[in-house]
Design a protein around this ligand. Structure first.
Ligand code: FES
Length: 155
């Protein structure tokens, strides 16, 4: 999985704390990852385990105890850019089409919870707008047709 910079930064921040292995620190990190990703992906747990120097099973135990923390539940993640430049290139139209096609709920999930959709306000790739990331991979100058074709493969 190609990690988003945001997740790496969160993990690195918590790994740099004085006592990175402390439970309070780990819980705060997991919560922040979840706020960004909608859940706590396996790949994020693996990276965090490595950086914090703990076993991944530590996270599993904590997540079992705190039911508001949710382990990865989706298979694919789609991030659509809704920054101004991408909006000028009809990114909102793509977003609407994806939401309709996948019947995305208010939390960003498809009904089977296999696909998670979120938006980002500028991916800093404005020259190639509209932009999208699918499972961490950037799709530049993407069209509605390309996105819908990709979704068909995922279904
Ligand atoms: S507005 Fe979409 S990449 Fe900048």
């Amino acid at each position: 999985m190609n990690f988003e910079q945001e997740i790496r930064e969160i993990i690195e921040y918590y790994a740099a704390q004085r006592n990175p292995k402390e439970q309070e620190n780990i819980i705060a990190m997991l919560r922040e990852i979840q706020e960004t990703e909608g859940c706590i992906p396996l790949a994020a747990q693996e990276l965090a385990a490595e950086k914090l120097g703990v076993k991944r099973s530590v996270f599993t135990c904590i997540m079992k105890r705190l039911p508001d923390l949710k382990e990865e539940i989706y298979s694919h993640q789609l991030v659509l850019c809704t920054g101004e430049r991408c909006q000028n290139k009809k990114s909102m139209e793509i977003l609407k089409a994806v939401k309709e096609e996948l019947k995305i709920d208010k939390d960003g999930f498809s009904p089977d919870r296999k696909i998670y959709l979120k938006t980002q306000n500028c991916m800093k790739q404005c020259r190639t707008s509209p932009n999208m990331k699918a499972d961490g991979e950037l799709y530049a100058a993407v069209t509605k047709e390309q996105v819908l074709a990709l979704l068909k493969k995922w279904k």
